[in-house]
Design a binder for this molecule. Structure first.
Ligand SMILES: Nc1ncnc2c1ncn2[C@@H]1O[C@H](COP(=O)(O)OP(=O)(O)OP(=O)(O)O)[C@@H](O)[C@H]1O
Ligand SMILES: [Mg+2]
Length: 493
């Protein structure tokens, strides 16, 4: 027996009475409203399963009510009633998303089927939505938060791209803007979502290994090739391959990649046969690839091929309206993770977050909130617990981590960040180094180096390019050290 709730919005009492009687006979519960505004109020408070809406109402027209419903993103199906069908009304109602039109006097046999179909459809849709949510959760794909017009447009575009047949997508944006997240959204919102999303970071692996990873090899193709191995293109067949930091790919592999994109076939190393693959390549770069083309480090033909569908994620400083919604989102997430009940953030702290430029973009903001949530015991996050870069030298916002006599490396490190001037002296080259005395028992130069690599990564919110610059070493050297010291380059430091 169905027990869905149906709202009738009609000013004629007799119609409401006869429709109610029928619907109740069929097992539905019925709500009534005799005006447009009354109807809207009931939709808001009761959230019925189906709305039956008369075109002529005493206050708002049925079309206006429908427009209001859709403007509020309410997905409840709407069936329109009319005594005198006007083509214009029908057209606008259909355009606005009305499901069907019922002519008065009502033919109740037809009406019964229309109502049942509408209810079925909305149930089907909510089941499908639940299923999607489930898939998203399982795959770790979280919501992309963004209220700014630029992010709203971008996500609409992303949805279109996801649903399209596009075989290559290029995502560009500074470090921490959400390229990984958008790549996941593209995959999990597409028909490919039940096939694998395979990701590889082009900067982390030497060229020869990378080639074998991507294309696989036959047995005996080279000394170490003891067995045949499938490449990532084959593993990702039917799904998506995420090539992160594509700007770092060698020109030799760029040429091979271009061929794969054009032919949709790969050949394993040492193999003779071409293997067809159906893979959407999602490439990402935080380097300006056009500049790479000008410098000769990135192939122009590959750039053109990849940038058929370009997505550029703007830096956070250019979409400041997103800062506070992101803050709320992260507070909610860390409340859950840390089992805390932080309610929000003080006005002062908000202002500071909005003023700050966020060179490390959303990742830096996320790390700042995570840190504040760990330290804050009050209901609202206060400026004291925001990183010093954010609070600046503003009076009253002292860094909370005490600068004490260094007796363990954690505090040494934090003391240096917290107290930039007091403990530093210039070298003859003009660079600053911390004033420290060696402990009597000595220390390990390597461990000191590790601390500094860690600090640089922390201070730049994991941005390797900036961290390398801070330490005056090349990005490759930084990567080498990260690997050596066990910093995970994939994780968001
Ligand atoms: N719009 C957003 N909504 C919610 N979380 C976001 C958003 N953008 C980024 N994040 C979060 O910020 C962090 C950094 O994002 P992501 O790893 O996607 O950046 P990226 O552009 O790939 O950076 P990199 O160039 O360093 O690889 C992630 O934890 C991600 O979930
Ligand atoms: Mg990334």
């Amino acid at each position: 027996m169905p027990n869905e709730r149906i709202l009738i919005v009609d000013d004629e009492k007799l119609i409401r009475w006869s429709v109610r009687r029928q619907l109740e006979e069929w097992g539905y519960s019925v709500l009534e409203a005799e005006s447009g505004t009354g109807g809207l109020a009931q939709i808001r408070s009761e959230s019925p399963d189906l709305i039956l809406l008369d075109v002529r109402l005493p206050d708002l027209s049925g079309i206006e009510v429908l427009r209001e419903i859709k403007a509020n993103n309410v997905s409840i199906p709407v069936i329109m009633f009319t005594g005198d069908p006007q083509l214009d009304d029908i057209k606008s109602a259909i355009k606005l998303g009305a499901l069907d039109f019922i002519k008065k006097p009502i033919d109740f046999d037809e009406f019964q089927i229309t109502v049942a179909n509408a209810i079925d459809r909305s149930q089907l849709r909510s089941e499908r939505d639940n299923l999607r949510e489930e898939i998203k959760k399982r795959s770790g794909y979280h919501e992309v938060v963004g209220r700014s017009a630029r992010m709203v447009d971008l996500m609409n575009f992303v949805r279109k791209v996801a649903a399209s047949e596009a075989s290559t997508v290029l995502i560009q944006g500074e470090s921490g803007t959400g390229k990984d997240l958008v790549a996941k959204a593209i995959h999990y919102d597409s028909v490919r979502s039940d096939k694998p999303l395979v990701a590889i970071n082009c900067s982390a692996i030497p060229e020869t290994l990378m080639e074998a990873e991507l294309f696989g090899h036959e047995r005996g193709a080279f000394t170490d090739a003891k067995a045949q191995k499938k490449g990532l293109f084959e593993i990702a067949d039917g799904g998506s391959l995420f090539l992160d930091e594509i700007g770092e790919m060698s020109t030799y592999l760029q040429a091979k990649l271009l061929r794969v994109l054009e032919d949709q076939t790969i050949r394993r190393i040492g193999g003779v046969k071409d293997i067809g693959v159906d893979v959407r390549v999602i490439a990402a770069s935080n380097r300006d690839l056009e500049q790479g083309v000008r410098d000769g480090t990135f192939r122009q033909d590959l750039f053109y091929r990849l940038s058929i569908i370009p997505i550029f994620i703007p830096p956070l400083r250019n979409r400041k309206e997103d800062i506070l919604p992101l803050v709320d989102f992260f507070i909610e997430r860390y409340n859950f993770r840390f089992r805390k009940g932080v309610k929000g953030i003080t006005q002062e702290a908000r202002d500071l977050l909005v003023q700050y430029d966020w060179p490390g973009n959303v990742r830096e903001l996320k790390n700042a909130i995570e840190r504040a949530m760990i330290l804050e015991d009050a209901d609202f996050i206060r400026p004291t617990y925001l990183p010093i870069q954010v609070t600046g030298q503003a009076p009253g916002y002292e860094n909370t981590i005490p600068v004490t006599v260094p007796d363990n490396s954690e505090i040494v490190a934090s003391g240096i960040i917290g107290n930039p001037m007091a403990a530093w002296r210039p070298l003859p080259t003009g660079r600053m180094i911390p004033v420290l005395e060696l402990p009597k028992e000595g220390t390990s130069l390597e461990e000191v180096e590790r601390e500094f690599v860690g600090l640089a990564l922390k201070q730049t919110a994991g941005n390797q390019t900036h961290a390398a610059k801070l330490l005056d070493i090349s990005r490759d050297a930084l990567r080498y050290k990260m690997k050596k010291f066990g910093f995970d380059s994939e994780s968001e430091s």
